[in-house]
Design a protein around this ligand. Structure first.
Ligand SMILES: [Zn+2]
Length: 376
């Protein structure tokens, strides 16, 4: 493929994410002009999983694997594969850069304190840029993190749901994606647009856009999708052994020492508003009159998975949803006025599953694991 600029230039165009964003908070909130209003901020946590599309084939210099992961990330976060692939090619020199080889880092993503990955190579040639790249454990993690970053940062997330590749690249540029800048006359923009055109990458966009709705959670009206924390201001926070799912030191006071869910205490996880950890349909709101479950239980179901919110309320009026409501990740579903929210997750009938409340028989699943990995 003939490209306008590549070679080692990819090295020079670096993200300003990471330290800068974590220090300054809402980067770009002072510039509303580029926010086209397409996107909702993605408030879920990062997970490595991507929807799989083995039917997707590569094109030109783009291998099948890369095309599939770009489409997976685009579908998961409602982005455009053409933009993702063009940045993959431009930033990583078609997967051949040192950081691509050493760190599975194809997007110039900078390491920062508190990020989910270890330090990789020093940035820039011979460390000339300062700082480090994130070191991803595999390619999928990198593609998923790219999508997560774009969708969860207010300076980039106008790309979410935006069907125009050049607009998306310019949004990323205005958000500070590349230190050297991405504007209409920049080598970065011209290079990526040339890659998109000469490889006909927009063929993938049509496929992804059709699938945005199927893999929900990101934008208006859709359910399912990603995972998040019931008290987002706290995030994951920390749990004592007795609060954790399963058999842990500190949980001996329970029958069999077994805990069938995860407790979010009002001290270590402060906040009153309980946010949905995942989208779905509300299938139960009420007081089941079962000892220990509290005056209000809310059950939200997504594709057979029941998420049971219990023990958080002294009154049924603490519920902020009703049966039949479609709930998105992050929606407020109830108000906690007790010492803790107990969150249980089961694929079985949630009422019948109460029989296994103190039994390790696979009925109840580990919410912490599901929220942090997206796998169950
Ligand atoms: Zn509990």
């Amino acid at each position: 493929m003939k490209l306008i600029r590549r070679g080692s230039l990819g090295f020079l165009f670096l993200f300003i994410i990471g330290v800068i964003f974590s220090l300054t908070g809402a980067f770009g909130s002072n510039d509303e002009s580029f926010n086209t209003g397409y996107g909702d901020i993605y408030t879920g946590v990062y997970t490595e999983d991507l929807p799989s599309f083995p039917e997707i084939k590569g094109t030109g210099n783009v291998p099948d694997e890369i095309a599939q992961m770009a489409v997976g990330s685009a579908v998961k976060y409602h982005l455009l594969p053409s933009v993702i692939i063009s940045q993959w090619a431009y930033e990583s020199e078609w997967g051949r850069s040192a950081s691509a080889k050493n760190d599975n880092n194809f997007f110039g993503i900078t390491w920062f304190e508190g990020c989910p990955f270890p330090k990789g190579s020093a940035r820039g040639i011979g460390g000339s840029e300062g700082g480090y790249y994130m070191k991803f454990p595999n390619k999928k993690a990198a593609f998923s993190y790219y999508g997560y970053m774009v969708a969860s940062q207010s300076n980039f997330n106008a790309c979410v749901g935006n069907k125009n590749p050049s607009e998306c690249l310019l949004i990323l540029g205005r958000g500070g994606y590349a230190a050297a800048g991405i504007d209409i006359s920049s080598p970065y923009f011209i290079g990526c647009m040339s890659i998109i055109k000469s490889n006909n990458l927009t063929q993938y966009d049509d496929f992804a856009i059709k699938n945005w709705k199927e893999f929900g959670g990101m934008t208006g009206g859709s359910v399912g999708g990603g995972w998040g924390w019931p008290f987002p201001e706290v995030g994951q926070g920390s749990f004592t052994g007795g609060q954790l799912f399963g058999r842990n030191a500190g949980g001996e006071f329970r029958q069999n020492g077994w805990h069938d869910g995860l407790d979010f205490g009002s001290v270590d996880h402060p906040g009153k508003e309980i946010h949905a950890i995942h989208g779905g349909t509300v299938v139960y709101v009420g007081n089941p009159n079962i000892a220990g479950l509290g005056a209000c239980v809310i059950v939200i179901n997504d594709s057979g998975l029941n998420m049971v919110y219990q023990e958080f309320a002294t009154s049924l009026s603490n519920a902020k949803v009703k049966v039949g409501d479609k709930v998105k990740l992050g929606d407020v579903i109830g108000i906690r006025d007790t010492e803790h929210l107990h969150l249980g997750i089961t694929k079985k009938n949630w009422l019948q599953a109460q029989a296994s409340a103190f039994t390790d028989d696979g009925t109840w699943l580990d919410p912490l694991k599901i929220i942090t990995t997206g796998k169950y």
